[in-house]
Design a protein around this ligand. Structure first.
Ligand code: PLP
Length: 376
């Protein structure tokens, strides 16, 4: 538990559950990554946590911002972040949103298909574009899978097409998968990137950018490499593959900047058992899959837990949220143990929950407005 958060929780009167973020840790994490890869421009992935205080602090610290919707772009502009520090990094955009972003001064866009490229060429003429390539995301605890990116052969054609359409074919992007702890993945991705640079050069297109996305970790139950270790792996791979012709480098951390800066304080609603052969206790918290802990889906992200009974004998538990949806179980297969003395009304602190918690529980995830409804 970060000390400043512990001190705050000891006296604050908060609703439950509640996320508390130490913005100093956010700034520290950003600075650590900036120091680890000094040649990179760092675009904070706003979706990880768009809290005003976080965006403000990072803006003051010199960050740029990766956005996915008009909501996120308008949020950044409201914080007086100039549009040349904003990229529209979603490969799936409405054409009217591309036009609106362009109107507001945004000049950098991601794409991974000819259909999207045509929209950008029409509605954001002359802009910088980068093409996202598919990655396997092996080793990532929260893979971003096949939804984003195209095959490398297609990326070559799409970047040639971008130039033909009068856009600035700036470079390539990839994302190695979120919570990526296999550092060799960046090397594989950069090897692929340099091969794309070569193939494009042969076709008369000089790329300049490698956008390496995010993937930097938070500290959940398993150990993770340090940020300096990520930096060293990335810089060695850049040197190995690009030599004297270093590209512009962009990093887009989300989780690695805000995850460890937050703690959710929750409360035990019920401790019970079901009878039968499984003698595990069921512990129901007031925070569940629909209240911030969506990344426990498939038990992918395994948060560390703290209770007021540290040191007491522990027993195996199934951990669940409070709602009447049977999917609202946090950990059933993963081995979790909690103190035998834990009872209804006790606090449970869920550590490293600064990323992808408020956003997933918000009605406007990633800056997209909530579902409208009419009754007739
Ligand atoms: C979500 C996202 C990120 C942030 O990923 P982390 O693993 O949280 O660092 C970066 N870039 C893009 C395009 C994303 O969609």
């Amino acid at each position: 538990m970060p000390p400043k958060i512990a001190r705050y929780l000891a006296t604050a009167d908060l609703p439950s559950p509640c996320l508390v973020v130490d913005v100093d840790i956010v700034e520290h994490n950003f600075g650590e990554l900036a120091d680890a890869v000094p040649e990179a421009r760092i675009f904070y992935a706003v979706k990880a946590n768009p809290a005003d205080e976080i965006v403000d602090r990072l803006a003051k610290r010199g960050a740029c911002f990766d956005t996915a919707s008009m909501g996120e772009i308008e949020l950044c502009l409201a914080h007086r972040i100039s549009p040349d520090r904003i990229s529209f990094g979603n490969t799936i955009k409405k054409e009217r949103d591309i036009a609106a972003a362009y109107e507001l001064g945004v000049r950098m866009f991601a794409y991974d298909s000819i259909e999207e490229l045509e929209k950008i060429a029409r509605s954001a003429p002359g802009s910088k574009v980068y093409c996202r390539v598919l990655m396997e995301c092996e080793g990532a605890e929260w893979p971003l899978s096949r939804k984003f990116g195209c095959e490398p052969d297609m990326a070559v054609d799409l970047l040639v097409r971008a130039k033909e359409m009068g856009l600035d074919a700036y470079g390539v992007s990839f994302h190695v998968g979120s919570q990526q702890t296999d550092l060799t993945q960046y090397d594989r991705a950069l090897e692929l990137s340099v091969s794309l640079f070569r193939r494009l050069a042969e076709r008369g297109v000089t790329l300049r950018l490698v956008n390496m996305g995010g993937g930097f970790p938070s500290r959940y139950r398993a150990d993770v490499p340090s940020i300096p270790a990520y930096g060293a792996a990335i810089r060695e791979a850049l040197l190995r593959h690009f030599g004297d012709n270093q590209p512009d480098v962009i990093l887009e951390p989300g989780r690695g900047v805000v995850g460890d800066a937050g703690v959710i304080q929750s409360e035990v609603v019920l401790v019970s058992s079901k009878g039968g052969d499984d003698d595990r206790r069921w512990v129901y918290l007031d925070a569940g899959k629909f209240h911030g802990l969506a990344e426990t889906m498939d038990e992918a992200i395994k948060y560390r837990l703290l209770t007021p009974h540290e040191g007491d004998e522990t027993v195996p538990v199934v951990l669940a949220g409070p709602t009447c949806d049977s999917a609202d179980i946090l950990y059933e297969k993963t081995d979790y143990r909690l103190p035998a003395t834990l009872a209804a009304g006790d606090k449970v602190w869920i550590l490293s929950t600064g990323a992808y918690t408020t956003t997933y529980s918000a009605v406007s995830f990633n800056g997209f407005p909530p579902l409208a409804a009419v009754c007739i």
